[in-house]
Design a protein around this ligand. Structure first.
Ligand SMILES: [Zn+2]
Length: 371
């Protein structure tokens, strides 16, 4: 069965404003007008690459629609949803932390992103496609129930998870977050819920600050169902693959999900401006292969990926293409930067990385083995 793909021009039109990286432009304070780091460019180039190289022909394009209020309110508070609408209607503002810009119309676009993921999960559940990728914008994994954060507006992956449970009969959901930053919003939404396992691989103490430590392991009924692997800065292919084999795959095998959702961030790639990890396109390919195999083994191949971070406009597209090619299966297109990334790809697993991964691996036994 084929692979689904969600995209829409409005995702590229989410307007993060005239900025200099993170901050709004402020000429008199010396902040020269330019582009916000969470700009459309990396995502637009990824979509154009997928089209130009012919991969799009192999995918089933699924048209997004806006998430309904019922779908949003399974995850977010009414006050927060109204806040985003107000900011959007008045022509722009921020979704919460001062680093989550909202432009005119961004409320509708963020609803379209969440609804697009709901449609993709539905297509997977109904067997129209086996798995799929949603090239969403704005991103979602930092957004909590009641605030936007770190460029994120609505937590699309959490909305999709709740939809799968409520409407599609997929009760056990595993969310694997490979973005370079901690999936704090997703973790917080499901922190006391043993039906949703969250596993986040990220750079230690990067964003949000002081978040995503191994000791954050779920609470109440959800104790043991939040896993974090705070990898040291500089971790690359060997460290991430070791994490997959020691933590992610054993956790999935123990939990036995009905659906695997992946928060697919590509800002752990070697040239990304927002983190200090050194993954290559082939690293993403290898991790995706393992996740696809796990989905085949555990849940009839049901795997749905939502795009999160990834800010390098000239390298991120090749990481995304590698990811989607592995979802589809079949031929792998070589990374045109292969020679340039070779020394990062070959970097060994270092003892201080192994230590963190082994510590996280010890927590897997807190997950009750599913029948
Ligand atoms: Zn990120």
């Amino acid at each position: 069965m084929p692979t689904g793909y969600v995209h829409h021009p409005l995702f590229f039109w989410h307007d993060t404003g005239t900025s200099a990286g993170l901050l709004p432009a402020d000429p008199l304070a010396g902040i020269q007008p330019g582009a916000h780091v969470e700009a459309a460019e990396a995502k637009r180039r990824a979509h154009e690459l997928i089209h130009a190289c012919g991969l799009l022909r192999d995918l089933v394009v699924i048209e997004p629609r806006e998430a309904t209020m019922t779908e949003l309110l399974r995850v977010h508070t009414g006050d927060y949803v109204q806040h985003v609408k107000n900011q959007s209607d008045r022509g722009g503002g921020d979704a919460g932390d001062g680093f989550s810009p909202v432009g005119r119309g961004s409320y509708a676009i963020a609803r379209l992103a969440a609804g697009g993921l709901v449609e993709l999960v539905t297509a997977v559940a109904e067997g129209e496609v086996t798995n799929g990728y949603a090239l969403l914008r704005p991103p979602g994994h930092h957004a909590t129930a009641d605030t936007g954060m770190g460029f994120c507006v609505f937590n699309s992956i959490a909305v999709a998870a709740r939809h799968a449970q409520t409407e599609l009969g997929l009760t056990r959901i595993a969310i694997v977050d490979i973005d370079a930053h901690h999936g704090n919003g997703t973790q917080s939404i499901f922190y006391t819920d043993p039906t949703v396992l969250t596993v986040s691989l990220h750079q230690a103490d990067c964003f949000p600050p002081d978040s995503g430590w191994t000791r954050e392991n779920g609470a109440g009924d959800g104790s043991g169902y939040a896993l974090n692997v705070p990898l040291p800065a500089g971790t690359g292919h060997a460290g991430y693959l070791h994490t997959m084999h020691q933590v992610v795959l054993p956790a999935l095998d123990r939990f036995r999900p009905d659906l695997i959702l992946v928060a697919a961030g590509f800002d752990a790639s070697v040239w990304d401006p927002m983190a200090r990890q050194v993954l290559t396109a082939d690293s993403y390919r290898a991790m995706t292969r393992l996740l696809v195999d796990a989905a085949d083994r555990l849940c009839h191949g049901r795997l749905v990926a939502a795009h999160e971070g990834g800010y390098n406009p000239w390298y991120t597209p090749f990481c995304i293409r590698a990811f989607i090619e592995e979802l589809r299966g079949g031929a792998a297109t070589p990374d045109p930067y292969e020679a340039a990334v070779a020394r990062y790809a070959a970097a060994p697993l270092l003892p201080h990385q192994r230590e963190v991964i082994d510590e996280a691996a010890q927590l897997i036994e807190r997950i009750h083995p599913a029948n």
